[in-house]
Design a protein around this ligand. Structure first.
Ligand code: AKG
Ligand code: FE2
Length: 314
């Protein structure tokens, strides 16, 4: 899999080779690793510690924040309460999900959170005073990285680099902290850490705990290939919104996670898409008589909402 040096993204003449590397990764595998991503290790470690602390709360405390109590899937999902692969029986992970929020509360937070199809404010554990700030610090750092990625994806598609600027004004970005207990003994493929799925937004920025293998990607030969954690890198993988924008020129690849490591595993995906009110219309250069438009046009918000509903309908 490709490794893109994000530190080389900053100036126009060095962007082209990076964009070319991204183009080839997006067309062929839909997964890449980025180095020099700019998120301080300390920020990662604080988010990780906060997430471990959260997951070690008693189940009844965590269930107070049950993701099904909020209109748009903010809060806690317990083990086996989500199911990303409809053929499976549930995901062996617990998670906590939230969306955009300033670290310093602002007057219009509530209005922003309650606007539009994905409306719904975040919920936070009252017993862990540092949790919110620790995970939001990582969130904002990862959103900044995501903002740098959009111009590169635009260049990779031979579009002007500002193509996504007016479509990504409000970060439509959801983050999860995830905990996968180890699976021992024979593992039934229908009940694993997270079942085979493709992600819902444009791309995902994924931090995986070093030293613990679990993530796998389906290759063109339909074999599951390990995507191991590489210290100092993040995984970036494409989601279905990009498949829609590009009429499947960019691949949103199936992936899954199985934790057979014998130890608990933690990961932090952040799902980044265009603004929720933006229509997912195919980019004209990706449509031709040989490649007719494949998808019905819906807004990003409607799309994400439907996918989340299906995941938690289980
Ligand atoms: O935990 C992982 O490595 C993958 C998580 C994932 O695929 C997801 O949450 O969509
Ligand atoms: Fe995923």
């Amino acid at each position: 899999m490709h490794i893109a040096e994000t530190s080389r993204m900053s100036t126009a003449h060095t962007q082209r080779p990076v964009a070319n590397a991204i183009r080839s990764a997006c067309i062929n595998v839909g997964f890449l690793y980025v180095t020099n991503h700019g998120i301080p290790e300390e920020t990662i470690q604080r988010a990780l510690s906060a997430s471990k602390e959260f997951f070690s709360l008693p189940l009844n405390k965590k269930m107070e924040l049950d993701i099904r109590k909020t209109p748009n899937f903010k809060g806690y999902n317990s083990i086996l309460s989500s199911n990303t692969d409809p053929l499976n029986r549930g995901d062996l992970n617990e998670g906590f999900e939230f969306g955009w929020e300033e670290i310093q509360a602002r007057d219009d937070d509530e209005k922003r959170a309650n606007d539009g199809v994905m409306a719904g404010a975040n919920v936070w554990p009252s017993d862990l005073p540092n949790f919110r700030e620790s995970v939001l610090s990582y969130y904002h750092a990862a959103v900044n990285l995501g903002r740098k990625m959009f111009p590169l994806f635009a260049l990779a598609l031979d579009l002007p680099e500002d193509f996504f600027d007016d479509k990504t004004e409000d970060a439509a970005a959801n983050m999860r902290v995830l905990h996968y207990p180890p699976q021992t003994g024979p593992v039934d493929d229908r009940m694993i850490g997270i079942g085979a799925h493709s992600d819902y937004q444009c791309f995902t920025i994924l931090w995986q705990e070093p030293g613990v293998q679990a993530l796998q990607v389906l290759n063109k030969q339909k074999e599951w290939i390990d995507a191991p954690p590489i210290p100092g890198t993040l995984v970036i993988n494409l989601g279905d919104q990009f498949a829609r924008w590009t009429n499947d020129v960019f691949k949103s690849t199936l992936h899954r996670a199985i934790n057979r490591s014998g130890v608990h595993r933690y990961s932090i995906p952040l799902f980044f898409g265009t603004d929720y009110d933006v229509k997912l219309e195919p980019i004209p250069s990706c449509v031709s008589p040989e490649r007719p438009s494949k998808y019905e046009v819906v807004t990003a918000g409607e799309y994400v909402k439907e996918r989340l509903k299906a995941t938690y309908a289980h």
